[in-house]
Design a protein around this ligand. Sequence first.
Ligand SMILES: NC(=O)c1ccc[n+]([C@@H]2O[C@H](COP(=O)([O-])OP(=O)(O)OC[C@H]3O[C@@H](n4cnc5c(N)ncnc54)[C@H](O)[C@@H]3O)[C@@H](O)[C@H]2O)c1
Length: 262
Amino acid sequence: MALVTGAGGGIGRGIARCLAEEGMALALADVVPAGAEAAAAEIEGGGGRAVALGLDVTRAGECRSAVEEVRSRLGGLHVVVNNAGVIGSPNLKLGLPLADLTEEDWDAAYAVNVKGVFLLCQAALPHLQAQRWGRIINISSRAGRDGRETIPHYSASKAAVIIFSQALAREAAPHGVTVNAICPGLIWSPMWERLAQLYRGKLPGLAGLSPREVFDHFVAQTPLRREQTPEDVGRAVAFLASEDARTITGQALLVDSGAVMH
Ligand SMILES: NC(=O)c1ccc[n+]([C@@H]2O[C@H](COP(=O)([O-])OP(=O)(O)OC[C@H]3O[C@@H](n4cnc5c(N)ncnc54)[C@H](O)[C@@H]3O)[C@@H](O)[C@H]2O)c1
């Protein structure tokens, strides 16, 4: 039984599909309840088991209630995937030069990407530890391994996810719970569409390109020259959630066409 946050978004849907293929019952949560419901309907339509949950991961009380609700509706909870994330506030400004970065974007990224991960881990950990088996998988980013000058606030928040995962991995290890991060590269999703529009107006050489062409421009700079699909991330999640990954903890796995190699 797995709980996936941000399940209504591009990558969340891919993670849900891959975990359902492994036969897992799913609780699909999103701050936009309609997104969670659409994701759950897709999984159920494909013969899987999924329930939808409205959840704002920045609220401690909602995280605690969500864990209880999942345990009672699915009959247990073994895998927690912290996938909900934002690139900034709804009025996102790129942070290049740094003078342009707003406090609003910094706070939005930290509230969801960092505090949200902390709160849901804190709510779920006692249950995972008590059953002496659990998997926590936190979705970081390539930007968390190699800071991007256009999105310094987001890069810093995703680096925080990696270090937090390591710290928690040490605490949880004696109780049979592993904690890992995944660092996706370039996935065409609503988040990237938004970013591409901003890059087009700010970076040289991109004027006149469509958002998708801007995205392709960045893909072409990676060693494998391949974008990642939501399922590329989903399969990595399924592996880390499996028994095959029982001796892997505290790691940050890059799924990024070789863009970052350290
Ligand atoms: N798209 C990429 O190229 C890329 C690359 C690296 C990492 N990531 C990370 O992958 C994750 C998923 O990104 P995506 O591309 O699918 O983005 P997305 O915008 O398509 O999906 C994000 C989902 O999170 C939900 N969400 C936002 N705030 C929330 C909150 N407070 N509580 C619960 N849900 C909330 C949104 O409603 C949305 O459904 C994010 O953590 C993102 O930072 C994405």
